[in-house]
Ligand binder design. Sequence first.
Ligand code: FE2
Length: 192
Amino acid sequence: MSQYHALPVPPMSIRFDQSAGTLSPEGPTLTRRMSDLEGLFRDHAAWQKAVADGDPVVYSVISSPVPEIDRELPQSITTIQPGTTAGELWMTKGHQHPNHQGEIYLGISGRGGLLMFDGTETRWVEMTPGTIGYMPPGWAHRSVNIGDEPYSFLAVYPGGAGHDYGWVLEHGMGLRALSGTDGVEFVDYVEG
Ligand SMILES: [Fe+2]
């Protein structure tokens, strides 16, 4: 008998319906509106205006029922809507894992990017359907939609990793991803 006999969830399969954007069975879901991204866009006035003009949904995260606890391996699917705020591409809040552990993302649909920052260096991985992006321990990560349709990706991460969103507010991400004439272009995070 397994020493882990008190498993929170049994072995199972989880179905992703891409057209409906649902997981079955499904765990917690969250929706991030523009108002949830305070302090993250470089143009504060443009962010305020977007909040006042309908506070659009920027991204949503649907999770499987696998819990975020040690030794478990939760999964979630994030969908970022296409859009820009004063030229800055719509993105996730970004986070660091307080308990430094790695993570993978798998691009499912749309075009996106994975911005990683270890406090000194910044790395960018372009994400298309089928791309696996790897985040080593200690690298904060943010996803960006660089296309004109929703960008969806699967995340698989250690259940004990945790999410520290304040780290990005304090340290930034090294670079910002803006919409450019040739796609994405980058500027320093704290440029004036
Ligand atoms: Fe993460």
